[in-house]
Design a protein around this ligand. Structure first.
Ligand SMILES: *Cc1c(COP(=O)(O)O)cnc(C)c1O
Length: 379
């Protein structure tokens, strides 16, 4: 993430010590399991390269991304460890780029087996692949009736590809007792049996994302893929807080801004486009210079921000670059800090609260924080 622009206007502060300690805590709870830190989508808005470095510092062996170009960017930034990229499309030049750079590829289609093998032969280097099986989610990977063919196909290409892993993805990792978790566990076991019968015995079998890593150690296999928990945001309310095993998890991202102006307005004065809000009595309005172009959700209802040690309501519509806060009679002046969300430790809103106000999940709130909002790294 390029961090240009004025940090005075607003910024996302990323605490890399929280990233490291979140990862160390989760890894300590799964001592015999490898961890893959998922840094797709610019590390859920936190910055892929700094988070990748923090993850390696914390002793993480694997990085995971969706797109080949996200893996290439990590290599270009100097990362030399194992990386998996799992979202391929036909003709993607990123396939060859990943093979050249020793990046493992998640392969969930027979076209991808052929294309990866072909690219590997052309480059004179074996491609490392993780075969994806669909055990319920319906996204990538082959469904059960195709497993034998898929594995035999991979086997037949063993001049060009090395099958390093077999993996699947959970549909309900954030609901520990959802019956789909057990169905997917049984399906995954069955896929491994079919693979073994086809002569494949991959070193890394992986199924669990954050929710399951925290709540279902029986689904961990050789490796867990840790996305959202790295950033200290919950996979879902059933997981925590409070966190399993009293894990010390803390949010890594805080978003703050400096108030641009304050004005006194009479009862009946409106606020923002459409005049959807009018002042019920004389009050003061503070202007926060962040908007939906920075990732602040326009559709949030009942949102609050933290100014001078207390919460105030966002009033009227969030605009592209700015939104308005009703600060009542508080003696707050231009230049004061407004915390949009943070760790919650002092009482400020959290990403999860913004998620509830916007009828979404904490994942979307942190990931959508835009490129225009400068990042600052601490810890
Ligand atoms: C995004 C993603 C993850 C990480 O999920 P979290 O819930 O953020 O831990 C893991 N595996 C796959 C395949 C993903 O797409």
């Amino acid at each position: 993430m390029t961090t240009t622009g004025s940090h005075e206007r607003g910024e996302a502060v990323i605490d890399l010590s929280a990233v490291r300690s979140n990862l160390r805590a989760v890894m300590a709870s799964l001592p015999d399991v490898q961890a893959m830190v998922v840094v797709k989508a610019d590390a859920y808005g936190h910055g892929a390269v700094p988070v990748a470095r923090a993850a390696r510092d914390a002793g993480v062996s694997w990085l995971g991304v969706a797109l080949p170009e996200e893996a290439v960017a990590l290599r270009d930034a100097g990362d030399t460890g194992p990386i998996l990229a799992w979202l391929l499309v036909p003709g993607d030049p990123g396939i060859a780029a990943c093979i050249d750079r020793g990046v493992d590829l998640g392969v969930g289609s027979s076209w991808a087996l052929d294309e990866v093998a072909e690219a590997a032969r052309r480059r004179g280097r074996k491609a490392r692949v993780h075969l994806e099986v669909d055990t319920a989610l319906g996204r990538g990977g082959r469904p059960a009736h195709e497993w034998a063919d898929f594995f035999q196909h991979a086997r037949a290409l063993d001049d060009a590809i090395e099958v390093v892993g077999i993996w699947s993805h959970l549909a309900c990792a954030d609901e520990p007792s959802h019956p789909a978790n057990d169905t997917q566990l049984a399906g995954f076991q069955q896929a491994l049996d079919v693979a073994a019968a086809c002569g494949l015995n991959p070193q890394v079998r992986h199924l669990a994302s954050s929710g399951a890593a925290l709540s279902r150690p029986d689904l961990a296999f050789d490796l867990v893929r840790l996305g959202i928990i790295t950033y200290g945001v919950t996979p879902g309310p059933q997981i925590g807080p409070p966190w399993p095993h009293d894990l010390a998890i803390s949010p890594a991202m805080s978003v703050r801004a400096r108030i641009a102006s304050v004005k006194r307005v009479p009862a009946g004065h409106g606020a923002s486009y459409g005049l959807t809000w009018t002042a019920p009595h004389e009050t003061s309005l503070a202007l926060v210079p962040l908007g939906y172009a920075d990732g602040i959700p326009r559709t949030a209802r009942g949102a609050q921000v933290w100014i001078a040690g207390r919460r105030f309501p966002v009033v009227g519509r969030v605009a592209m670059d700015q939104f308005i806060v009703d600060i009542g009679d508080e003696p707050i002046e231009a230049g004061a800090e407004a915390v949009v969300f943070g760790t919650g430790a002092s009482g400020e809103p959290t990403a999860e609260e913004w998620a509830a106000w916007d009828d979404t999940i904490g994942y979307e709130i942190v990931t959508r924080m835009g490129a225009r909002l400068p990042r600052r790294y601490i810890g």
